[in-house]
Design a protein around this ligand. Structure first.
Ligand code: SF4
Length: 100
């Protein structure tokens, strides 16, 4: 049984979920959806809210007044790729991932 079917069965999800999984990607244990171009993922368990990613890519990341990091764009346009990559590289906690 492939990984998508295992996940679907384990979670009790139906065919529509399985169909979505088969069109998507898995990374770090997260399902990454359909191929919609670049996708940015924050691992909030690792994030220490130092805002280095916000400095590199304020169009993509926002740190609120409670030091909670938010994604402003989950699927940034290709024009922002260099900034997204710079943010990933700047993160000292390796809390950011880009999936293509
Ligand atoms: S650079 Fe990394 S640790 Fe810092 S706020 Fe961004 S995701 Fe969190």
């Amino acid at each position: 049984m492939d990984r998508a079917k295992e996940a679907s069965n384990a979670m009790g999800w139906g065919r529509s979920f399985l169909k979505g999984v088969q069109g998507g990607t898995w990374a770090r244990g997260h399902y990454c959806g359909y191929n919609e171009g670049m996708r940015v993922i924050i691992d909030l368990d690792l994030c220490e809210a130092n805002a280095l990613c916000v400095t590199e890519a304020p169009e993509i990341f926002h740190l609120d007044e409670d030091d909670q990091l938010h994604l402003l764009q989950e699927h940034p346009e290709e024009l922002l790729r260099d900034k997204a990559v710079a943010a990933v590289r700047a993160c000292p906690k390796a809390a950011l991932t880009i999936i293509d």
